[in-house]
Design a protein around this ligand. Structure first.
Ligand code: KG4
Ligand code: ZN
Length: 388
């Protein structure tokens, strides 16, 4: 619908430079530049390499998205950007770019939360999010169970990993098996030809006294690495497919079990799964099976929307505009540990109340904002934020 908000979203929290454009809940463009190949030889994302790659890719990716969407930057109703959590230097590139474009174009700026964006992206595929929705977010950087009564103002943490993220465990086991980086896709592929019951690997934090919704993958990772080492030391061949399948089963068994339990305990009948690991075929299949048996409707976006992208940021930005949430001010800073309870960073300006009616308390940004455009803005932008 033409009166729905047209929003451009910028995502630079990790190694993908993502720029998406949406109108309401309709995806118009999703441009991505990834530096994943540059990190592969290090076996993980190198922050400095990511920041530099974002700088180089930013303007061309924005231009590509505008062209793909067939819209002019002048027509935008807002510019959204991931303010956190993520790699500080990488986030800063996106926040600086978003501020520059928003300032130059005279558009409102929305600093949004990366995790809430991962949830909101599902609107682009399956329509408006039911309220409340339970969300299982699993990626290389995060593994959380979140209850979202309102994705623009009320996101509550149910549980999270106490050590490694689920994707990190996939990446580490892939490294032990010499399968390259990132490890998830290749383990997923090999596991299809393996036996998931071949080796009984431990299910972390599933004892009666363990935290019901928290995750732990560090013990599993060690157990798998030791098992492989023992085989190698004995001069035996490592059954890679069976190891991959058994390891993967241990991860997805715990993830789906806890997610379904959280839904039942909270009386929530919609579960969404997002983040890069949501691309995992066995996770999708087991979640579908367990949700169906529990009477829960499962929503999983297509893999391209599960991994980090700009469309998810635009989706949440558009929802902010649609619900009249206040824009961020020019003091917006990248916050590498932005709490999940803050779906967006509202203006702290006296004139610009957060219309969400949600008191976020002290954000620690110490900023006093400015409402309108005045000469100070350019000074602030260039002085403290632009590639400093
Ligand atoms: O969301 P994402 O692109 O980036 C962040 O970490 O935020 O997620 C990347 C992670 C990597 O750890 C990768 O190994 C994992 O998602 N991944 C998968 C699969 N595809 C990607 N893990 C399991 N199965 C997959 N098919
Ligand atoms: Zn992510």
């Amino acid at each position: 619908m033409p009166d729905e908000p047209l929003v451009l979203g910028i995502e630079t929290s990790c190694d993908e430079t993502g720029v998406g454009i949406v109108r309401g809940t309709t995806l118009l463009a999703d441009a991505i530049a990834s530096s994943v190949d540059e990190h592969a030889r290090f076996g993980g994302v190198v922050p400095e390499v990511a920041s530099r790659a974002h700088l180089e890719a930013m303007v061309p990716t924005i231009e590509r998205a505008l062209k793909e969407a067939g819209v002019s930057a002048r027509d935008l109703d807002g510019i959204a950007v991931t303010a956190g959590p993520g790699l500080a230097g990488a986030l800063l590139v996106g926040v600086s770019a978003a501020k520059s474009y928003a300032y130059a174009l005279g558009k409102p700026l929305y600093g949004v939360n990366h995790l809430a964006s991962h949830i909101c992206v599902d609107q682009l595929e399956h329509g408006p999010l039911p309220e409340p929705t339970m969300a299982l977010l699993v990626s290389g950087g995060h593994s959380s169970l979140l209850l979202a009564p309102d994705i623009t103002s009320d996101v509550r943490p149910m549980g999270a990993t106490i050590d490694d993220a689920a994707g990190e465990a996939f990446d580490k086991i892939a490294r032990v098996l010499h399968l390259g980086f990132p490890g998830g896709p290749v383990i997923d592929r090999l596991a299809r030809e393996g036996d998931p019951t071949a080796i009984a690997f431990p299910r972390g934090l599933t004892g009666p006294r363990d935290a019901a919704y928290d995750f732990s993958f560090s013990g599993l990772k060690t157990a798998v690495a030791r098992w492989i080492e023992a085989k190698r030391n004995a001069g035996e061949e490592v059954p890679v497919r069976d190891v991959a399948a058994s390891f993967q089963e241990a991860v997805v068994d715990v993830l789906t079990r806890k997610a379904v339990r959280a839904c039942k305990d909270e009386g929530v009948d919609h579960l969404m799964i997002g983040g890069g690991v949501a691309a995992n075929s066995r996770l999708r299949a087991l979640a579908a099976d367990r949700c169906e048996r529990a009477g829960i409707r499962l929503r999983v976006p297509r893999p391209g929307l599960c991994t980090d992208n700009g469309a998810m940021v635009a989706a949440l930005g558009a929802e902010m505009v649609a619900r009249n949430r206040s824009a961020s001010d020019w003091q917006l800073s990248a916050d590498s540990s932005l709490p999940v309870t803050e779906p967006h960073v509202p203006s702290h300006d006296q004139d610009g109340h957060d219309h969400g009616g949600h008191d976020h308390g002290d954000h620690g940004h110490g900023g006093h904002g400015h409402g309108g455009h005045d000469h100070d803005h350019l000074h602030e932008l260039s002085k403290e934020n632009l590639y400093s």
